[in-house]
Each structure stands twice: as C-alpha cells, then as structure tokens.
Design a protein around this ligand. Structure first.
Ligand code: URA
Length: 249
C-alpha cells in the first residue's frame, strides 16, 4: 500500500474545490503535462460531454465524460484516503487560524476532498477524506449504524454503573434523544475502548462528562471495518483499498 508521508508545506493553503479542474483532469489521465493540457484545452481539442470546452479552469464533476482528440478518457473517479490525524490539526477544509487535515495532503491531491465527520483539534487517529458525498453520508448517518471506535484516556476509573449507562444510551444536554447504545471495553484502570454509532458534536467527551468522568486523551481507531493502518505515522495518509471503500455499504 502506498503510504504518503507527512506534511508538505504545513500551513500552506491551496484552494479546495468540489470538482477537479479540467486541465488537472486531463494531465492526470493522459501523458500531457499541466501546461500541455492547458494548451490542448485552449485550442479546442477537449470536449466535456458533447461540448468543446476552452477554459482550463472548467470544473469536471464526478461521473462526467471527457474526450481528448475524440478519445474518451473515462469518467472522473471518486477518491478515498485515510489519514493519521495528529493533535493540533483541525478537521475542516479551511480554517483561518489552524492547520487543517487538508493541509496534510499535497495541493495537487486535495482538490474536492472533505473529511468524513470531524475530530476535535486535540483528538488523534483515523480520519477519512473523500470527494464522494454519498459515501461520506453513508458513513456519518446514524441510521446506517456505522461504528466509530475510540481509545479513551480517563481522569478516573469508570464504575460499572457508568459503563452500563453508556452502553444503554445516555441523555446529553441539548440533545432531544439519548445516544444510541454504545459498547465499552475496559483496557486499563484509566483507559477504555468506546464504540459509538453516531458522531454528535464532542460526543465522546460529553458522554463521559455525563457519567461524571473526564476525557484526557482520545484517539479514533476505526470507522466501520476500516481501521487506522498501524504503518501510518502521525500526519501521513494513504489511499483506501477497494475493499475498504466497498466495506461501507
Ligand atoms: N467525540 C469527541 O468528543 N471528540 C472527538 O474528536 C470525537 C468524538
């Protein structure tokens, strides 16, 4: 598996678009360089669908067919990556103040990507990035019951009554419904593995606070059957395998 090492130009931003530029699509799918692709587009050799397009910045949406000199280049494919999020980085596509998970992906790969769900700035571990909105929705929708598993460091031991409360579902302030049943595994005196099916704002921290405890460290280990690759150092990412993508039904 192709692991890509950490931050290129940390903090340097480049624009993120929902769709990829036509010149990039052309250079990604042919042997043309970016400037050759731009020339080919400007001289009318590229069609998007049935229409000749002369603007290299034209945005190619997913599933759009592109032809170069009459040859179909194939439809744009969705992209999926897993990233080992370090602490101090925010799960957003842009942020005026902090480095984002997209800043850990080189500019030429990050176009159109968004993080699937959010981790807090101080939370580490598995973040999935994709440009496939439907797939992303399947991961985050509580109706799909896609488990998110966290390793949680606690300020004090978790009594049995608190474990039961978390497993049954717990009322969180400001929420209309209790949390869906969670699974708790004790890993040590001050450490648990918690599996939840939703992704409410600060959910794990709020659940532990609701049973009188406090989270001191939080790391996401898996989403559904997709586990953080142990070969990925903090800040590094790799493409998801076809099986990993298909595992989200
Ligand atoms: N729950 C939290 O409280 N924080 C996270 O980052 C993820 C889940």
């Amino acid at each position: 598996m192709n692991i890509i090492g950490a931050p290129v130009n940390p903090g340097k931003s480049c624009q993120s678009f929902m769709n990829i530029r036509l010149d990039r699509f052309l250079s990604n799918n042919t042997s043309l360089t970016r400037s050759e692709a731009q020339r080919a587009i400007r001289t009318g050799r590229v069609r998007v669908g049935e229409i000749p397009v002369n603007d290299p910045a034209f945005k190619v949406g997913e599933g759009t067919s592109v032809r170069y000199e009459g040859i179909e280049l194939g439809k744009r494919q969705s992209r999926y990556f897993m990233l080992n999020k370090p602490a101090g980085v925010v799960c957003a596509t842009r942020d005026g103040k902090h480095r984002t998970v997209l800043d850990l992906i080189p500019c030429d790969e990050r176009e159109g990507l968004h993080p699937v769900g959010r981790l807090d700035k101080d939370t580490t571990g598995l973040v999935i990035l994709t440009d496939d909105g439907d797939w992303s929705h399947r991961v985050t929708s509580p109706r799909r019951h896609c488990a998110k598993v966290y390793r949680v460091g606690l300020v004090e031991p978790l009594p049995e009554s608190a474990r039961l409360a978390l497993e049954q579902g717990i009322e969180l302030r400001g929420e209309r419904r209790p949390t869906l049943p969670a699974k708790v595994e004790t890993l040590g005196m001050l450490e648990i593995r918690l599996s939840i099916q939703e992704g409410k704002y600060h959910q794990v921290k709020r659940m532990l606070a609701a049973v009188g405890n406090h989270v001191v460290s939080l790391r996401r280990e898996s989403i559904g059957t997709i586990s953080l690759d142990p070969a990925l150092p903090p800040g590094a990412y790799r493409p998801l395998s076809a099986d990993e993508v298909a595992s989200i039904g």
